[in-house]
Design a binder for this molecule. Structure first.
Ligand code: UTP
Length: 304
């Protein structure tokens, strides 16, 4: 039975979909309500018992690296002013000594290449990979759910969600052999299949539990889709040695790598916050009422 202690966060991407915001702010530092995206992923990892956090970063991501540093001057000022609430708000951004390592990818050659950078820090144990873009909202963290299932199933495991068939071409999709509750034992994964030939509707989401054998496959890997080193290709190449399964987590996933997903996540989290929800829903209703009226008369709402 493996204890998953380490997580790799690949955060070296350029975040071009959020330009110009990401010209000087890393995508992972964009605030979802009042916490940067990366904080949601770190909280989920902590809740799953992760002890070591490995960031695969890149030039221009200094704000992300500073975020997990001790802000000594700020903390002293807040303490002197007796601002205990503000001090408390900083707590989740603190890391225990030695728990955080930051690597540089150098060139953004793909997700597989990013994960490969962590080889010497992982050693010979199973580990997690989390893409902070995928924010998963639910009563229990998705990674904790996966780790629980992985204890029984082993092998490589990816998080999945069931998508409408017409959407398969936007995802990596599992070729499912058999289902056991939330676990989908698979023959492999297919990148962005057309709906008519997709082997299933179980779409891969940015959470992985990987065996260390993945590093040998990543070392051998040539460029895949988009000319990048694809993690999916390495998992498929390892199928002779290690089985792969999908775990359909309970929770709602938001693609915060896209503007639409980010806006939806902001609304969902705002609605559920005790201090914001009531006023926010009231505000939304004032916006939605005129739209409903127009829908009835067949007109379109004048967005923008
Ligand atoms: P994306 O495909 O979303 O790319 O990467 P991106 O650069 O972050 O964003 P856009 O498409 O330009 O807007 C998915 C995840 O993989 C990481 C990213 O940081 C993100 O967490 N990644 C991707 C790397 O760490 N290195 C890479 O070479 C590519």
């Amino acid at each position: 039975m493996t204890h998953i202690r380490k997580v790799v966060f690949p955060v070296a991407g350029m975040g071009t979909r959020f330009l110009p915001a990401t010209k000087s702010i890393p995508k992972e530092m964009l605030p979802l309500i009042d916490r940067p995206l990366i904080q949601y992923a770190v909280d989920e990892a902590r809740a799953a018992g992760i002890e070591e956090f490995i960031f695969v970063s890149a030039a221009g991501k200094g704000a992300l690296e500073d975020y997990f540093d001790t802000a000594a001057a700020l903390e002293m000022t807040l303490e002197a002013k007796g601002k205990t609430d503000a001090l408390r708000a900083l707590a989740p951004s603190r890391m225990p000594e030695g728990a955080l390592t930051i690597l540089r990818q150098g060139k953004a050659l793909g997700l597989g290449h990013a994960v490969r950078q962590a080889k010497h820090l992982i050693g010979n144990e199973a580990f997690a990979v989390m893409l902070p873009d995928d924010v998963i909202k639910g009563p229990e963290g998705a990674l904790a759910q996966m780790i629980q299932a992985h204890k029984k199933v082993g092998g490589h495991m990816v998080a999945t969600m069931d998508v409408p068939r017409k959407a398969t071409s936007s995802y990596g999709v599992l070729d499912v052999e058999r289902q056991d509750g939330r676990v989908f034992h698979a023959r492999g994964m297919v990148e962005k299949p057309r709906p008519d030939i997709a082997p299933s509707t179980q779409a891969v989401v940015g959470r992985y539990i990987l065996q260390p054998s993945i590093f040998a496959r990543l070392a051998d890997l040539g460029p895949g889709a988009g000319g990048e080193l694809q993690l999916t290709d390495a998992i498929n190449a390892d199928l002779q040695n290690v089985g792969v399964s999908g775990y359909q987590f309970a929770g709602e996933r938001f693609d915060c790598g896209s503007i639409q997903g980010f806006v939806q996540a902001t609304a969902a989290y705002a609605m559920d916050r005790a201090d914001l929800g009531h006023a926010f829903v009231k505000f939304l209703n004032t916006r939605l009422e005129p739209q409903k009226m127009l829908t009835k008369t067949g007109q379109t709402y004048p967005f923008g």
